[in-house]
Ligand binder design. Structure first.
Ligand SMILES: *Cc1c(COP(=O)(O)O)cnc(C)c1O
Length: 309
């Protein structure tokens, strides 16, 4: 079956690179048809569930994961229901409905929507978790296959972490291309530091609440598998402020003319500001994870709120 994601450009950025002795490579997931990398894993998982007889897809995400499920359902001719909490903004609902998916607004938090969505799911109605599913990781791994095939071997992969689905996929991709020696720099914002909290504690704990504008990073606890990988793979955790993430979104828009969510700006800011872990790295690969939860007006408002511009 044809894949639902596209092979994205891999471009070298001279503008994100503050020194001339190293290279910065951008894997442009912002250019996926759904605006983020999510379609890699979710598209792959949807195809597997369809082969296994699913008659409908259920999602509980009003963000990029929900949009990826809606897109996959439309492409595969499978009806989709996305359950979202009342906090979800109208634009996100419109984007999902635009893919012909049905949106149901239930509960005051993601957790309530998630419980309701699980209730709707059974053998015939496949539930697509936003990050905790081995089929999703297997699909996300294709992002590394493409870099491998392009013949660019980085010294480090920089990526953003919410629930850790992208992290699990990238490590799987590194392993299946025999690149398991390449470390991963896992970026979160201070207000969404679920991986950092577990990493520091050496225990699979999470955070009580999320207080970051990088809403796509807002998982209170990372997936089990992501926690396991912290002791199996060379993963380094780094935090940035919301302000740094917003500043990086603006710089990236100027430098590469592509708009991304603060969730993605977080990773870009670690590269723009060359955080310590990157100092001795000759070749840096950044997963430009993208995200549709941003408009020019919103970016301006966030920037004003953070006293930028
Ligand atoms: C989902 C998402 C993330 C976080 O991915 P996880 O798999 O939850 O760690 C980061 N950035 C964007 C734009 C996303 O949509």
């Amino acid at each position: 079956m044809n894949k639902l994601h596209i092979e994205t450009p891999l471009i070298e950025s001279l503008l994100l690179n503050k020194s001339d002795s190293s290279e910065v490579w951008l894997k442009m997931e912002a250019l996926q048809p759904t605006g983020s990398f999510k379609i890699r894993g979710i598209g792959h998982a949807c195809q597997i569930y369809l082969e296994n007889g699913a008659k409908a897809f259920i999602s509980s995400s009003g963000g990029n994961a929900g949009l990826a499920v809606a897109y996959s359902g439309r492409r595969l001719g499978v009806p989709v229901t996305v359950v979202v909490p009342r906090t979800t903004n109208q634009r996100a609902i419109d984007l999902i409905e635009n893919e012909n998916a049905k949106v149901r607004v239930v509960g005051d938090s993601w957790n309530e929507a998630h419980v309701f969505a699980l209730d709707l799911s059974d053998k015939k109605n496949a539930y697509l978790h936003p990050f905790d599913d081995k089929h999703i990781w297997e699909g996300h791994a294709s992002v590394i296959d493409e870099v491998y095939e392009a013949g660019v071997k980085p010294d480090v992969v920089v990526l953003s972490v919410g629930g850790g689905g992208l992290l699990c996929g990238v490590v799987e991709g590194l392993r299946r291309n025999k690149w398991e020696d390449i470390p991963v720099l896992a970026i979160e914002t201070v207000g969404a530091k679920s991986l950092h909290t577990a990493f520091k504690a050496g225990k699979h704990i999470g955070v009580e609440s999320i207080s970051s504008i990088a809403t796509s990073l807002g998982a209170k606890k990372i997936a089990n598998r992501a926690y396991q990988l912290l002791s199996e793979h060379n993963i380094y955790s780094h935090l940035v402020d919301d302000t740094d993430a917003i500043r990086a979104c603006n710089s990236f828009l100027d430098d590469h003319r592509i708009m991304v969510e603060p969730a993605c700006g977080a990773s870009l800011s670690a590269v723009y500001d060359k955080c310590d872990f990157l100092k001795d790295k000759k070749s840096v690969l950044v997963i430009v994870c993208g995200g549709v939860g941003v408009t020019l007006g919103q970016l301006k408002d966030w920037s004003a709120g953070a006293c930028l511009h």
